[in-house]
Design a protein around this ligand. Structure first.
Ligand SMILES: *[C@@H]1O[C@H](CO)[C@@H](O)[C@H](O)[C@H]1NC(C)=O
Ligand SMILES: *[C@@H]1O[C@H](CO)[C@@H](O)[C@H](O)[C@H]1NC(C)=O
Ligand SMILES: *[C@@H]1O[C@H](CO)[C@@H](O)[C@H](O)[C@H]1NC(C)=O
Ligand SMILES: *[C@@H]1O[C@H](CO)[C@@H](O)[C@H](O)[C@H]1NC(C)=O
Length: 508
């Protein structure tokens, strides 16, 4: 009774001062949650009542309009595993990723008591649902609460619900879409068709069944709900992804997660101030643990670091780094922005995560890329393409290669100049990424959706999207015409020869 009065009161007051917003996030990689956190924090600051279910809660009790709740699983629990292993086709990798890892995370979450509370209470109303786009069953929340839904994605490559051009899939999975040769384009088209068919006919029906378990059998088909997503907000950055043909409902936002003004812990501040020879910052992000790289690779890295005249700051996740050289400082966790902001830091060795690269560009630190999986390969390639650093290959890395890459990036001014130039470009935007995100979310709330932005392409079958029927018709006409001409030639040949023959005889 008391709770429903409170809820009623909240609902009534939210009509005046702001909207009631539900956020559902699942990726356990904290680097990816960072972008979403900034968005829901800002929404709550602007007076909306925000409820978020996430593995990365802010737990900041000064944010009185925000309730964020930790999801009851960790990365290890649900067995999130690197996808895009090179011997899997994109559709196989997706199937595994969605029906295994994500499914487990989703079902764990749906059984949580706090989620069941929101779910079971009919007086709870939301004006909009924000959901991470990866796992479609979360879209069913918009059916449950009868409100529009906004998708958020921290990796533009993962947007399956928007049909992409076949040659772009190559970029998504393996790097640049530029200068593909014929066989690569053929492969890419094949992979795109396989992925689309697999998603529509195999994965989606299964996801629909999963959603029905929790949302009931009256729910419309999940694939149709997915197509009614109002807008999708996605991080975009012209350095790691090329400009693409897109639709108006796909809103690109950049640099959302940067906090700026982050402080270093005192001990670290002292160490970095002292290192006037220069500091190299080495972190493989939150998905790849340095402690998990092979001992062979680790030895290559350590022996190379030992020969450098710089201090190395290494994000190493255990207490002891075997064979640690004297010039290496390790920490289990580091406030990355504060480290990159320090003037003595000369270069950043990164696995090529999108957020890390954005931070490096913001703080103008040239990069040495050491990719492991997924979009990192492509991001690291773009480091070299843009001349903001050097790309390495972890499979063939040697002590000499790593050492010379670091020396080159630190000593050759061109990398620093180039990254400063890109930094200026990246920050020259009409509106910050965060303001853009908030504006669009409030737009969807004001207009109760964005039906007018819905792309008609969403209703086209694949063969029409790829113009296969048109091409088949055109080639059919051409082939028929050529066939008729040929037939005409064959039939008239004896006659023509006869005539020519007679003429020849005559003229002789
Ligand atoms: C909470 O929302 C109110 C409006 O409902 C707003 O005035 C206030 O600044 C918000 N507080 C915080 C800490 O975000
Ligand atoms: C989280 O899971 C544990 C069991 O693994 C359970 O006891 C606990 O109630 C769960 N918490 C929530 C909020 O659902
Ligand atoms: C999707 O939106 C259209 C247009 O507003 C509506 O007619 C249809 O019922 C919606 N479908 C689902 C599954 O929500
Ligand atoms: C990764 O490292 C953790 C310790 O940080 C260890 O418990 C785990 O077994 C390692 N996994 C692999 C695959 O090496």
């Amino acid at each position: 009774m008391f709770t429903s009065v409170v809820t009623l009161f909240c609902t009534a007051s939210s009509l005046v001062s702001g909207a009631n917003i539900l956020g559902i996030f699942s990726t356990t990689a904290l680097s990816e949650q960072a972008m979403f956190q900034m968005i829901w924090k800002e929404l709550s600051r602007r007076g909306h009542k925000v409820t978020v279910i996430t593995p990365g809660p802010l737990l900041d009790y000064s944010l009185v309009n925000l309730t964020d709740q930790g999801a009851n699983y960790s990365q290890e629990d649900v067995g999130f595993s690197p996808i895009f292993s090179s011997d899997l086709l994109p559709d196989q990798a997706w199937k595994h990723f969605l029906l295994h890892s994500h499914r487990k995370a989703f079902e764990t979450r749906m059984l949580r008591s706090d989620v069941r509370d929101i779910f079971g209470d009919d007086s709870v109303q939301f004006d909009v649902v924000l959901a991470e786009v990866t796992f479609a069953p979360v879209y069913a929340f918009s059916y449950k609460f009868n409100c529009p839904i906004i998708g958020l994605s921290s990796s533009p490559e993962m947007l399956l619900s928007f049909v992409v051009h076949p040659i772009m899939i190559r970029e998504s999975f393996f790097g640049s879409a530029a200068n593909l040769n014929f066989w690569q384009r053929l492969w890419s088209t094949y992979a795109q068709i396989r992925l689309t068919l697999c998603y529509d006919y195999e994965i989606m029906p299964e996801l629909d069944r999963i959603a029905r378990k929790y949302f009931g059998d009256d729910m419309p088909y999940l694939g149709d709900i997915e197509k009614n997503v109002s807008i999708i907000l996605t991080t975009h950055n012209f350095i790691t992804s090329k400009p693409k043909p897109t639709v108006p409902a796909l809103i690109e936002i950049g640099n959302v997660h940067l906090k700026k003004n982050v402080k270093l812990p005192q001990d670290l501040q002292k160490e970095l101030d002292k290192a006037t020879n220069g500091v190299i910052y080495f972190s493989l992000g939150s998905n790849v643990k340095s402690a998990n790289i092979s001992s062979q690779l680790r030895n290559v890295i350590i022996s190379s670091f030992a020969e450098l005249p710089y201090t190395i700051l290494w994000k190493w996740e255990t207490d002891h780094l075997p064979g640690k050289p004297d010039n290496v400082i390790t920490r289990k966790w580091l406030p990355q922005e504060a480290v990159l902001a320090h003037p003595n830091v000369k270069a950043f060795i990164t696995q090529g995560g999108l957020q890390s690269m954005e931070e490096a560009i913001y703080y103008r630190k040239p990069l040495i890329g050491m990719p492991f999986f997924a979009d990192q390969m492509k991001n690291v390639r773009s480091i070299a393409e843009h001349g903001i650093g050097v790309a390495l290959n972890t499979d063939t890395l040697t002590k000499e290669k790593l050492k010379s890459a670091i020396l080159e990036v630190v000593n050759d001014k061109k990398y620093k100049e180039k990254i400063s130039e890109l930094s200026d470009l990246m920050w020259d935007q009409p509106m910050s990424g965060l303001d853009t995100a908030i504006w669009w979310i409030e737009y969807v709330i004001r207009h109760k959706g964005a039906k007018h932005l819905r792309s008609p392409l969403l209703d086209l079958p694949l063969y029409q999207y790829l113009l296969l029927d048109v091409l088949a018709f055109v080639f059919g006409v051409i082939a028929t015409t050529l066939g008729l001409l040929y037939a005409a030639y064959i039939y008239t040949k004896p006659v023509i020869q006869g005539v020519v023959g007679k003429n020849k005889v005559k003229s002789n």
